[in-house]
Design a binder for this molecule. Structure first.
Ligand SMILES: Nc1nc2c(ncn2[C@@H]2O[C@@H]3COP(=O)(O)O[C@H]4[C@@H](O)[C@H](n5cnc6c(=O)[nH]c(N)nc65)O[C@@H]4COP(=O)(O)O[C@H]3[C@H]2O)c(=O)[nH]1
Length: 675
């Protein structure tokens, strides 16, 4: 059948009947039926009958059905389309949502990766990356710090975030202010903060540099984004470079360049503060010979040892420099406002340097004896500035060489001769002490009843050529040269021996003997034991000995002075404060000193009748003595009127030419009681 009907069969229900037509209605489009019949006729009309009537009825039914179906199909189609559209839309929005989800996930993933990457980078960058914040109220915090914070500051990022002050604790104490100041300034100006500072980790100092860019925040606070990194190596390299540029490689001393720099500054300061300074130019004698005979290595060793000795010979603040070759310079600052004092100080240091450099050296296992020649120029010698000063010191050094080496010369000839005279005097004084050329004279001290109550021992030098020399000429030099120790000891012993002699005389046994003690002498660690030793050796009553101290003693280390005085006081020794009113006595100290007597200086007594100020001072000292329970002695009383004035105002005791000059003790025996 299929072969017969071909493709018409696809649109057609076909009933094939053998004889009677089939009852079953056929359903097929008319055109199809006709086409089928035409094909079937070709075979045999009688064999197959096709009911055309039925077909047309069927046809109209079919048409209606078809219309209905078509309508329904259209409706269904429309519904389907709508449904499909809606489905499509839904699908699309689901797809869009899914797309967005995926995009979001991807973005998040990307962000996480980025963050991780940044953190990895930040944590692997040498040093530390940070955000530092200061609130409007100044409160500091560290919102972010990379792991480097631990390496640098020794604290974890979490700890630092909680309390950023822990970072400050790790910064070197001398640098903290500077770091805070740099951030303060940056917060004010909104310019980047660049600061270098030290941190101390396990006892080692490391240099760090911080760079941070500030950003003002809405609340008025400031947020910095920055980084900190280790610059220790760079700093060390800089130090090294500086050292090479300013220091001598062989000795480690400042070189010429640094000396010039310091000298310029020192001269400026000296002029501004009216303080003296000096330059000592030191040249090693015969250095070339040493180099030539024992080799340069030996020469180098000598230079190194000389450098060490020079440093040991001067104060920490003084500069020792090597100019090159065998030339060294010592620069002294603040050595006194008076020219003489400065010269004396410079000379003392020069002598010390001479002594230090003439000690034998050991060079490569062999002894070497070297000497220096030293030239000295004082800052105030020099109007011509720095170069002139160096030239003068150099010239003076050549004079020292010319004078036979191993010596010291000042540039200024007048100063030179003054110092020469002083050192000659010093040498003679030493000789005089050995030869027993010093004597004590005694000046009477009377009480307010006119009785001889005591004496003051005053030293004189019985010079073999120059005759009797007054203490004004040599006490100062004895103090500055240190000779005051043996001289003062001699005076003390001699006074105690005199007291012991007077103990055997009923008329004089009650006399007290006042002995002047200079500040340098009193400060000697053995002073107290020396005094006690002298008292015990001569077996005198200790209260006959009165030590006269001056106010200058109280300028420094008063507690120590008071303690020493108390020890002696406990042994019965008396104390008088000499030259009272001329110095810096503090009333607070005065109360605490175990004193027995105040002495009104003779400069006030001299004009007590003519100068109302001096009269007021004298009256005040007397009143002060009365208040503190101390005797008051007026010294330098030369006239009866002065005496009467002082008596009238309650002064207890008197000393002066009116009652007697300082005398040999044997003369005193007769003079004083007769007065
Ligand atoms: N114009 C005038 N002067 C009078 C009068 N009465 C006494 N003088 C002098 O005034 C000085 C008093 O001694 P000073 O103030 O302790 O002043 C003493 C004392 O500071 C010091 N000195 C004397 N001997 C010693 C001593 O053994 N050791 C120490 N460290 N210094 C001593 O030398 C200073 C001077 O002593 P001297 O030349 O003996 O001078 C003595 C004495 O001669 C007077 O009426 N008018």
């Amino acid at each position: 059948m299929h072969a017969l009907l071909g493709e018409a069969l696809a649109e057609l229900d076909v009933a094939v009947a053998d004889g009677a037509p089939a009852a079953t209605a056929l359903h097929a489009p008319l055109a199809a039926l006709i086409a089928v019949r035409e094909r079937l006729q070709i075979l045999n009309d009688t064999v197959f009958q096709l009911s055309m009537t039925q077909a047309s009825v069927q046809r109209s039914k079919l048409v209606r059905l078809r219309d209905t179906v078509s309508a329904m199909i259209v409706l269904l189609g429309a519904l389907g389309v709508a449904l499909a559209l809606s489905l499509l839309r839904q699908r699309r929005s689901i797809a869009a949502l899914q797309l967005r989800d995926r995009a979001l996930q991807a973005a998040e993933e990307q962000q996480r990766e980025l963050r991780e990457r940044l953190e990895r980078v930040a944590d692997n960058v040498p040093g530390m990356i940070f955000q530092y914040r200061r609130g409007a109220d100044g409160h500091p915090s560290l919102p972010y710090a990379s792991h480097g914070v631990h390496e640098i500051f020794g604290v974890s990022a979490e700890a630092a975030a909680q309390d950023s002050s822990v970072l400050l604790d790790a910064i070197h104490v001398d640098d903290r202010e500077r770091v805070i100041g740099a951030f303060d300034e940056s917060a004010r100006s909104l310019l980047p903060c660049l600061v270098e500072f030290r941190v101390v980790r396990d006892g080692i100092e490391l240099w760090m540099a911080s760079h941070a860019t500030p950003q003002r925040q809405a609340d008025g606070g400031t947020l910095w984004h920055g980084y900190t990194y280790d610059v220790t190596r760079r700093r060390l390299a800089e130090e090294e470079i500086k050292h090479l540029a300013f220091y001598d490689a062989l000795t480690g001393l400042p070189n010429r360049r640094l000396l010039i720099d310091r000298l310029r500054h020192a001269m400026l300061m000296a002029a501004r503060n009216h303080q003296g300074g000096a330059l000592l130019f030191i040249d090693l004698d015969n250095f070339k010979t040493l180099n030539d005979t024992r080799g340069h290595a030996c020469g180098d060793l000598l230079l190194q040892q000389v450098a060490r000795r020079l440093l040991d010979a001067v104060r920490a603040g003084d500069t020792v420099a090597r100019l090159g070759g065998d030339e060294f310079v010592v620069m002294l600052e603040n050595i006194g406002s008076a020219r003489e004092t400065a010269a004396q100080h410079a000379e003392q240091v020069g002598e010390k340097v001479l002594a230090a450099l003439t000690q034998p050296y050991l060079l490569n296992g062999k002894d070497y004896h070297g000497t220096p020649s030293i030239g000295v120029a004082l800052f105030d010698d020099c109007e011509g500035g720095l170069e002139e000063l160096l030239k003068r010191a150099d010239l003076a050094m050549y004079q020292a060489k010319g004078a036979g080496r191993n010596t010291l010369r000042f540039f200024d000839p007048a100063m030179q001769s003054l110092l020469a005279a002083q050192s000659a005097l010093e040498a003679e004084m030493r000789q005089g002490l050995r030869a027993g050329d010093f004597v004590l004279h005694y000046q009477p001290q009377l009480d307010n009843g006119g009785r001889l109550a005591g004496v003051e021992a005053l030293v004189r030098w019985q010079h073999p050529q120059r005759g009797l020399i007054a203490p004004g000429e040599f006490i100062g030099l004895a103090e500055s040269s240190g000779l005051i120790q043996p001289l003062g000891q001699w005076v003390l012993e001699a006074a105690c021996e005199q007291i012991a002699r007077w103990q055997r005389d009923p008329e004089l046994r009650r006399l007290s003997v006042a002995v002047n003690v200079s500040a340098r002498q009193f400060r000697h660690p053995d002073f107290v034991s020396r005094v006690i030793g002298a008292i015990e050796r001569t077996a005198i009553p200790a209260d006959r000995l009165k030590l006269e101290l001056t106010e200058s003693l109280l300028l420094d280390n008063v507690e120590e002075i008071i303690a020493r005085m108390n020890v002696l006081k406990a042994r019965g020794v008396c104390f008088a404060l000499d030259d009272f009113g001329t110095g810096y006595s503090s009333l607070a100290y005065l109360k605490r000193l175990p004193l027995d007597q105040l002495k009104i200086d003779r400069s006030f007594v001299r004009d007590v009748l003519t100068d109302p100020n001096d009269a007021a001072i004298a009256r005040t000292i007397i009143a002060l003595g009365q208040t503190l329970g101390l005797h008051v002695l007026a010294e330098g009383v030369e006239t009866r009127d002065q005496h009467e004035f002082l008596v009238a105002h309650g002064c207890d005791a008197f000393q002066g030419y009116l009652f007697g000059h300082p005398q040999h003790p044997d003369v005193l025996n007769t003079v004083a009681p007769a007065h």
